[in-house]
Design a binder for this molecule. Structure first.
Ligand SMILES: [Zn+2]
Length: 200
């Protein structure tokens, strides 16, 4: 396999990227300056070295220590926990500038038909909820699509079933200011702010 083919095959493994797009990425890199190619190679190499997964919210971060910048920040509101599917969705909520609580990255949504939660951090989420005494509200913030809705139902059921009796935890979902089918990560800050304000 030559270098062009090899890189193209790597791009094809990326989410949502088919052979044609993969080929276009390679063509773009071939036309780009050696400096840009070097920058890309360095950035990819660095992912292995300086990026870690936060031991509390599970997002990837370059912060030193076990916690990411958000989890290490003592002024974040410990009474609310937003459960998101991905790092990108977490960052979208963060950009909306209204949410001051904590986060938990589930690691994806369930695929319809299978109902399987494999690969998702459901048990870690339940443990986190159980361990945090100050927690009063869990906000489910998944994408507004069938997979997101199915995951939300399942997560809600599991939380209700597993919460220690006597522990009062409110489980809410983002309001439907988000249009159906929209990915959180592409929603504008104002829409996300409204969706947060209208959660129930
Ligand atoms: Zn964190």
């Amino acid at each position: 396999m030559d270098a062009i083919e090899r890189l193209s095959k790597i791009f094809e493994r990326f989410p949502g990227i088919g052979p044609r797009q993969a080929g276009r990425f390679v063509q773009y890199l071939l036309r780009s300056s050696p400096a840009l190619r070097r920058e890309l190679a360095d950035a990819v190499r660095e992912l292995g070295g300086s990026v870690k997964q936060c031991s509390e919210c599970y997002r990837f971060s370059t912060a030193e220590g076990k916690l990411c910048g958000i989890c290490a920040n003592p002024s974040r509101d410990k009474s609310s926990l937003a459960v998101v599917a991905s790092d990108a969705d977490l960052l979208a909520l963060e950009r909306s500038g209204t949410y001051r609580g904590k986060y938990f990255v589930l690691g994806g949504t369930i695929s319809l038909g299978s109902e399987k939660m494999s690969g998702l951090r459901l048990q870690q989420l339940l443990d986190a909820i159980d361990e945090r005494d100050e927690l009063a509200e869990v906000i489910i913030a998944f994408p507004a699509n069938p997979e997101g809705d199915a995951t939300a139902d399942r997560v809600r059921d599991e939380i209700v079933r597993n919460t220690t009796p006597g522990k009062q935890i409110k489980v809410t979902s983002l309001g439907r200011g988000l249009s159906t089918g929209s990915e959180l990560e592409y929603a504008d800050p104002e829409t996300l702010k409204n969706a947060l304000d209208s959660r129930r």
